[in-house]
Ligand binder design. Sequence first.
Ligand SMILES: [Fe+2]
Ligand SMILES: [Fe+2]
Length: 281
Amino acid sequence: MTVPVFKQGWTLDEVQWSAFDPSRVEAPLLAAVKAAALVEYNAPDYVAYLKRIFTDSTPATLDWIERWGAEEAQHGQALGRWAEMADPGFRMEEAFARFRKGYTPPHFSSAEAASVRGSRRGEMIARCVVESGTSSYYSAIRDATEEPLLREIAGRIAADEYRHYKLFYDTLRAQPEPQLSFWKKLMIAIGRVRESDDDELAYAFYCANVTPEEEALTPYERKKYAQLSASASLSIYQRRHIQKLVQMVVKVIGANPHGWLAELAGSLLWRRLQRLAGKAA
Ligand SMILES: [Fe+2]
Ligand SMILES: [Fe+2]
């Protein structure tokens, strides 16, 4: 089995922080970026979970899992630092501590060395779905914002997420496990997309945008914050970001990224997002 090679992207020192232009910050995007910072910064939990799944793998595999996780955490640091510049009242570490306290997916806290997707191949498919989602999300932010520093950070992160996708895709194909059927792969991908509706995004949005002082008067309500989170994020997408996202997912399940399935899924998802964005607004 060939172990994929992990290529480092960039460091925080390379970012042009001085390019920040406060007059170009848009409130909904700021709220969305704060929440994304918390989710990205939470990567070490996922690293521990992945390392348990790949526990008997080569040191090289365990090493790239670490380096991948460090890069995700750096996304959180970059976005958090931008958000603190855009809103001096925002305190990244404090918001993150509250998010950590209130949110842990059950499969992260168990000590079991097995994937909740049933196999390593299944886990890699789920990872590819997430990286497809983040890659198109940050591309959409890069293309939607007028603020130069955020445009740079989102562009750098989008490129990283695309590299992560390829890393997990190569790892998927290198697994000495039996091939999964098309339907099994499809069900895993759909299952992972559905999980995006869970508490993680809604609660991150809450912790990032409601201060500890406001907490008592403004308690967490999952449905409300899921909707606020959606309304801050969904309107930034353009049709081409959604098509790219769908093509990446379709490729992972072994279908033609330019075939009828990608076309159909792309237009269904686009219509659904527009409906959701309308409702959320
Ligand atoms: Fe990331
Ligand atoms: Fe990533």
